[in-house]
Design a protein around this ligand. Sequence first.
Ligand code: ADP
Ligand code: MG
Length: 619
Amino acid sequence: MADKIHLLPDHVANQIAAGEVVQRPASVVKELLENAIDAGSSHIKLLIKDAGKTLIQVIDDGEGMSTTDARLSFERHATSKIKSAEDLFLLHTKGFRGEALASIAAVAHVELKTKTEMSEVGSIIKIEGSEVVEQEMTVTPKGTSVAVKNLFFNIPARRNFLKSNPVETRHIIDEFHRVALAHPNVGFSMFNNGAEVFQLPASNLRQRIVGIFGSKTNEKLVPVKEETPIVKIDGFVLKPEFAKKSRGDQFFFVNDRFIKSGYLHHAVLAAFEGLLKDGMQPGYFLFLEVDPKTIDINIHPTKTEVKFEDEHSLYAMLRAAVKHSLGQFSVAPVLDFDRDKNLDTPYEYKNKPVGIPQVEVDKDFNPFKENSGAGQKNISFPFKREKGASWEGLYAGLEDQNKIISKEFNLEDIEFESEEVTGSLFTESDTFSSQNTFQLHNKYVLISVKSGFLVIHQQRAHERVLYEELLRNITVQEAISQQLLFPLVFTFSKKDVKMLESFKEQLEFTGFAFEAFEDDSITIKGIPSGIKDSDIKHILDHLLDDLNNDLPDNGYSQNDVLAKSMAKSLATKTGVALGKEQQEHLVNSLFACKEPSFSPGNRPVFITIPIGDIDKKFY
Ligand code: ADP
Ligand code: MG
């Protein structure tokens, strides 16, 4: 048999390596930004086009490369950062594998321009799929510019695998945030499709955080500082009242490198114990400095995990440091780190609702609406179905009912996540014997039907009703909006403004009307009808939480998340007393829904208690 083993050509090996290093445009952004940091730059500029699919360019004013180095930098295992395996343990640079540029050049069109301080002229190199197509002298300022175009041009499968532009842009912004936060002493700017997204001058950490997350962040920051022989801790946590439902604003940096660590996260959570409502997540920006010899940075290029030599001590110190800060800034009354948690009294603000900024607007005056919704306790959208529609009609058969509604609401166009209900819960003969409803514990609405009675979860029922209504509005693209006399202005982080802007159209179909998307604020001139303007901030915050937590890729599911989130914030909650009419309206609207049995979160909306079960109790 002939010999069968041969060495893979370099460009093939590079493409394989690229699979590991370059997963999406954001991975390229990370590598290029880190190279610019390693080059000792004082200002780094990131340019993105088409979510990085068309162009990713990083321009720095760092040390640059000689002509020979410029060419070598694209070779695999070409690095100036380590010479031997031992150096790994003393590493202070970001990169060290010498694989990033080679990998990127294997799957894109790359143009590198670079010049060192000393040389008169610089070099330009163009590489397409590992092939050098041009190398020349050029006039260029000191520093390096790497332009990566048409990522995955030669791997269509990978290109098709990329997510929608908003999703890929979000990943890029996340990487940008991580690098920019880790290096506040370096200036950064970012441009997306020609528009400036961030302009972050060299500053300190506090200013950097504020530059990224918006001016309102400043007053939320509580400094954390601690120095022990094992670790130096520095940074900020957000005051507990600014905790969020999402894990968005949580950053650990170890030796200026962004890392993820469930263990350290737990230490911070433990420090916040008793200060947060259930399920709320604290925000933090914490920098740990340890001897590089005591950590093992995962050699995998894209992983952000780190192993520490003395995890337990680190945990205890981090927890104590955060707790101490919360105490010192009279955020928490506990200064004693090791006290028994059973002795802790519940803090006053534990149950304090998060304040919603109140806007002074004469709510009763609305020139565009005959009947102002102000002061109305429960929010409901105007339903086309008439109030008091006959119960018999509703229960004559859900199948038919669905058809009628489908026609009216165009629901065929909408695909619901949960399964189609059948009418099986109700028998043919299952009609309401009376229209009387009854509210139990401000939580359930009871209504008797022939076969027994229904117990309806009022909050979930309303969520279902609103969800279908919202989804319908977004899908068929019509909205009922109430114009505001005075536009509302809300402050958000730049990232959140971008996120909301990418949902502008869908939000407009729910009834929002926007006047402007500014740098870190949004001006709203119209809101969904029936909603109070004082609820808007809360609704948008909740929506951002949900979108940041889980942003699906395709438009349809994005609309679904949006409708779910808004339905949830708008729904009349458990605990609200409903008048007879409201109860009846809720039941009517619920059974006009396509899928009345389950809430948008797929929980049961109502149960039936058959008369037979009651009879059995009276044996
Ligand atoms: P690594 O960063 O792991 O060394 P890379 O493939 O990212 O590997 O880069 C290879 C080499 O190219 C680096 O070691 C560095 O010497 C040089 N290099 C890359 N980017 C820059 C830059 N922006 N400025 C100066 N030198 C750079
Ligand atoms: Mg590198």
